[in-house]
Design a protein around this ligand. Structure first.
Ligand SMILES: [Zn+2]
Length: 337
């Protein structure tokens, strides 16, 4: 909860000259307001619970959601963590879409520009939150959490599903991302399997299997596709990764892979002397990465199979800007030789 308190503190600082309302007379907010009595520019609290409406909440009056239109705050800050996405969507449909002048923020994320972008997973224009160690403004869908690369992959996956609509497709997805998982599990023509070494992290996936990518326990030639994003840079045995993937892929099977790589690096950096968290963070950029891919990544993967690269212009530029995909994005297809 501490990180949400910090987020809320920073938002209050950021919006100190604006009229703010909090949405959600929650226990979190109660604790927060006990520590931060009297925030001058807060004009009230919104809650849909009729037992709370018109009552006092830590010195502020509670109003029903429709009062956002009456009281016209500059900014509504959602102070709820659980189900925040559903609440946001319903507020969006009922209020924010009619009143673009009212800004919206959430303790689960904030955005620097009050512009809406298109999320293909949500199939809606929504606010996108800022995200990243080096902050990228307006890139994370406030509802499903999709990032630029997920929205790019959406169209690749969709094309695969469409092209094979009369076939029964078997797909293995490693370390499944929530937005992609929710999209793929709804597709009627695919048999969808997800795995991870720590499946308990994936609370949204009720059937994620515990499995090591270096020891896949599926019968040979089970899958048409393996979708794997930002996994390989964590796997010390790159050869073993491809050996296992190709073992469980059907003869014409394909791996659709994304991984971070750096165009200013001629040759992939992988050195046994980089063997501590500290060194890995320094040289590879993350303490759980085991190498830093350079621009030789495509040539490097040619030793394992046939390589095709899908570049970002796979998606028309106007659609890319609608989705706020501004930096390089691509996906590597490696097929069995
Ligand atoms: Zn979304």
């Amino acid at each position: 909860m501490e990180k949400y308190e910090k987020m809320l503190e920073s938002m209050i600082r950021q919006f100190q000259n604006k009229k703010i309302m909090f949405y959600g007379a929650s226990l979190f907010l109660e604790n927060f307001l006990k520590k931060h009595p009297i925030i001058k520019n807060v004009i009230g609290i919104i809650d849909k619970d009729s037992n709370k409406i018109n009552k006092d909440f830590c010195g502020y009056k509670v109003f029903p959601p429709s009062y956002i239109e009456t009281l016209k705050p500059d900014n509504v800050i959602l102070t709820i963590v659980n189900n925040s996405q559903e609440i946001y969507l319903s507020l969006f449909d009922t209020i924010f879409s009619k009143h673009p002048e009212i800004e919206f923020s959430s303790i689960t994320g904030k955005y620097s520009t009050n512009v809406k972008y298109y999320c293909p997973f949500c199939d809606k224009e929504l606010y996108f939150f800022d995200f990243g160690k080096k902050t990228r403004p307006n890139v994370k869908c406030s509802v499903c959490g999709s990032l630029e690369r997920h929205r790019f992959l959406y169209f690749i996956y969709k094309e695969i599903i469409k092209r094979n609509q009369n076939k029964h497709l078997t797909i293995l997805h490693t370390a499944p991302e929530k937005c992609i998982y929710n999209f793929l599990k709804e597709q009627s023509n695919i048999e969808y399997t997800t795995i991870d070494i720590n499946p308990e992290k994936y609370t949204f996936a009720n059937n994620c299997l515990k499995m090591d990518i270096l020891d896949l326990k599926f019968p040979p030639e089970t899958f048409d596709y393996i979708f794997t994003n930002h996994v390989i840079e964590h796997i010390p045995d790159e050869f073993g990764f491809f050996r296992e993937c190709f073992k469980v892929l059907k003869p014409n099977g394909k791996i659709i892979l994304t991984a971070p790589y750096f165009e200013d690096l001629e040759k992939t950096l992988e050195d046994p002397a980089i063997n501590t968290d500290e060194k890995r963070l320094k040289y590879y950029g993350q303490k759980d990465h085991v190498r830093k891919y350079g621009k030789d990544i495509f040539d490097r993967f040619k030793q394992y199979g046939n390589v095709t690269v899908i570049e970002k212009n796979y998606i028309p530029s106007d659609l890319r800007s609608k989705m706020n995909i501004t930096e390089k994005e691509n996906a590597i297809i490696i097929s069995k030789q």
